[in-house]
Design a protein around this ligand. Structure first.
Ligand code: MN
Length: 222
């Protein structure tokens, strides 16, 4: 049984960049919906009895990913389980502007140095995140990640796909480019949404801590 991870701030605290209405739908309906559907699939035995009552989300994701090609219902389990994980990671990847965790001042010296080395500076990284978000056709995610040796990279993935299954990439932060993340506030203007979020809400304190630990985010640590 997976429970909905808690939101690390009040639902109105990302305003005016992300409205409380968007947060209420995105967290209360979409994220909750993935949790509800996942539990229903697991309880109906979609991954077998071993996974019918576990609370180990990463084990569910890995098992579903490995079974996707030979077990028809595993794709549904994977989609919903991965979306439970990415949304929890996404909430932590944002922070209210007043929190002191967003904005470039929250960057650690180590991450700042790595950004200068691998992207030529924070402005160039921000542009890369924005451009990759725009380039993603349809629904998906944009990731800032690093390898174990600290090399940074930006990735985009469609739908519920993840970058960390093989274990060589550690996610530092993520941006949701599904329309449900911005449509109520920005309609089709994904670019405007991304520019605002990247400049004002991206939680560089969280990204810096992930860069320091180089460990995969888990719901338990959230
Ligand atoms: Mn979403």
């Amino acid at each position: 049984m997976i429970t909905l991870p808690s939101l690390p701030y009040e639902p109105q605290s990302l305003e005016p960049i992300i409205s409380q209405q968007t947060l209420d739908f995105h967290y209360g309906r979409h994220h909750q919906g993935y949790v509800t559907t996942l539990n229903s699939l697991l309880q109906s035995g979609a991954l077998g009895d071993t996974f019918s009552s576990t609370d180990d989300l990463q084990a569910i994701i890995q098992q579903a990913a490995s079974q996707k090609n030979n077990l028809p219902q595993a794709q549904g389990v994977f989609n919903n389980a991965a979306q439970v994980w990415t949304h929890a990671f996404y909430w932590h990847s944002l922070a209210p502007t007043q929190s002191g965790k967003a904005g470039k001042n929250a960057l650690s010296a180590d991450l700042s140095d790595a950004i200068a080395r691998d992207f030529g500076g924070i402005e160039s990284l921000e542009k890369t995140l924005h451009d990759q978000g725009l380039a993603q056709f349809g629904s998906g995610w944009v990731w800032l990640a690093c390898t174990k040796d600290g090399t940074l990279s930006v990735h985009r993935t469609p739908n519920a796909e993840l970058i960390w299954l093989e274990g060589d990439l550690i996610p530092l932060a993520i941006l949701d480019v599904w329309e449900h993340a911005y449509y109520l506030d920005y309609q089709n203007r994904r670019s405007d949404h991304l520019k605002q979020v990247i400049a004002q809400l991206l939680n560089w304190d969280f990204a810096s801590k992930n860069f320091q630990s180089k460990t995969l985010f888990t719901l338990e640590a959230a």
